[in-house]
Design a protein around this ligand. Sequence first.
Ligand SMILES: NC(=O)CCC(=O)C(=O)O
Length: 265
Amino acid sequence: MSGNKLRVAVVQMHVDAGNPDANFERLERKLAEAVSGEEKPELVMLPEMWNTGYALERIEEIADPEGRRTKELLSAFARANGVQVLGGSIAEKRADGVYNTVYVFDEQGELASSYSKIHLFRLMDEEKYLKAGEELGRLEAGGASAGMMICYDIRFPELARKLALDGAQALFVPAQWPNPRLHHWRTLLTARAIENQMFVIACNRCGTSGESSFFGHSLIIDPWGEIIAEAGEEETILRAEIDLTLVDAVRAKIPVFEDRRPSLY
Ligand SMILES: NC(=O)CCC(=O)C(=O)O
């Protein structure tokens, strides 16, 4: 990090539903690509459920027990490259069921925080196969407080507002958001950025699994709502340097947080 700037690399990738071995192999290649080149990122981010995809009928069998395989890979990568990793989310098997969980590793490879998706998406049958998390997702990134939401979570503006009120200056959103809802994806992410005057960094998967196709369009949006980077529909590493000082500048220009009237609503 230089000053309050943070270089992020968002790994937009295909996910092979029901085939963790193929996904681990693909991810290792993508991670190597993310840290290649001169401008190394300081934070690398992955999409939702990248280990299994939405092979939910088999999720008990293929989810990562306690996230052990994932933690080993991401921790070693973070430590070897001195980079923070926001590990998308994975299907994580615990004693009481399977969770849709993000792990965050710091530059030393230590597990710094985690978050399990709190809103399960019925349109993709999540509530039939997954357990919902019970805590909010927070992390430190680029010397600032930040929050995490997973995919469907972005439809709940009160969650983003709560994270912002608690100090978040950026919101990280791993996703598997399919067609035909690109308009919702772009609009909701942009709205969360504008209304909370925060950066939104969102990583979607791409490619096709069964009858679902995923449009990619990972996005990096600034606190004024400007899209500073947007991917297309193919696999790519989306890169940007975000200047966290912009958060205070935007909040000073239009003092939304001071003007709130929570006693009325
Ligand atoms: N994986 C998800 O949570 C998908 C959410 C989604 O597609 C939506 O429209 O909301």
